[in-house]
Design a protein. Structure first.
Length: 277
């Protein structure tokens, strides 16, 4: 039996093992595949990097737990950038399922790393229903929409919110989302109030929003895990997205190699069978 015949008859469990190893290894031993920066990621990074110290940025956690592998790395690297630049952060979510708790967990974890104080350097507003009314209402009065923060503390007791009354007091809105709320941040908030909006979205959503960037309605865009990995590279802080892209790239190379080997084996075996007839 030739090597190609043996390959054709290989136990599929060996394939499963190779797939598992290609996913696990990059998280243990970094492969360090090159990460190429797209203009949209560069634009978002530069927009945030140019913000003055102590300015206020609204960071949204508009995603469900099902897309956390793509979206949470964006939230994390955005917070690293904002906290590193001593920019004050207000977070919120339009997603009731998991949004408030994910925002709470990520912000408090990263704030501890940078020595940020809750209520002074960052505030988590949490969730309110009817997102269209919420987005419009924040343009007039944040306190009217969110009388308290996510833990029930009145906003008047949080020093940061003394000087943040509506969109006029914010320098930038950083939206991380896996759903259609992005359209409303652009069509309502950016269009009506003129505040710049940058976004991180899932890979399947990204193609739709490149036109928004070209039109100047969106200030930069991260597309999926690759976009998050690009931002990590720009900030010089490789983390979950970079490891995830290494695993994804290695798996893709494995699949390509198996497809090529399978086709070569098929035609070699076909040729040999033809010769034996």
């Amino acid at each position: 039996m030739s090597i190609w015949s043996k390959f054709e008859a290989i136990d599929r469990r060996w394939i499963y093992l190779l797939v598992a190893l290609s996913v696990i290894i990059p998280f243990i031993l970094p492969v360090k595949f090159p990460v190429y920066i797209t203009p949209e990621s560069q634009q978002l990074f530069e927009a945030v990097d140019s913000l003055p110290e102590n300015s206020v940025v609204l960071l949204t956690f508009d995603y469900y737990p099902s897309t956390i592998a793509e979206t949470e790395p964006m939230s994390r690297i955005a917070l690293h950038h904002l906290f590193r630049k001593n920019i004050r952060v207000v977070t919120m979510t339009t997603v009731p399922l998991g949004g408030p708790s994910m925002a709470e967990q990520v912000t408090r974890e990263l704030a501890a790393q940078y020595g940020k104080v809750y209520g002074v350097d960052y505030v988590n507003l949490g969730y309110k229903a009817n997102y269209v009314a919420v987005l419009k209402g924040l343009g007039s009065s944040i306190e009217a929409i969110y009388p308290t923060d996510n833990t029930g503390t009145p906003l008047r007791k949080l020093p940061l919110m003394d000087n943040v009354k509506n969109y006029d007091d914010m320098a930038f809105i950083y939206v991380v989302s896996d759903n259609g709320i992005v359209d409303y941040w652009i069509s309502i908030v950016n269009a009506l109030y003129g505040i710049p909006v940058g976004c991180g979205v899932t890979a399947v959503m990204a193609p739709k929003f490149y036109a928004f960037v070209s039109a100047g309605q969106m200030t930069g865009l991260l597309g999926g895990m690759k976009g998050a990995a690009e931002y990590e590279k720009l900030l010089g802080r490789p983390a979950r997205a970079t490891s995830g892209m290494d695993a994804q790239s290695l798996l893709h190379l494995l699949i390509i190699a198996l497809v090529i080997a399978g086709n070569v084996g098929y035609f070699v075996n076909l040729h040999q069978k033809g010769k034996n007839v």
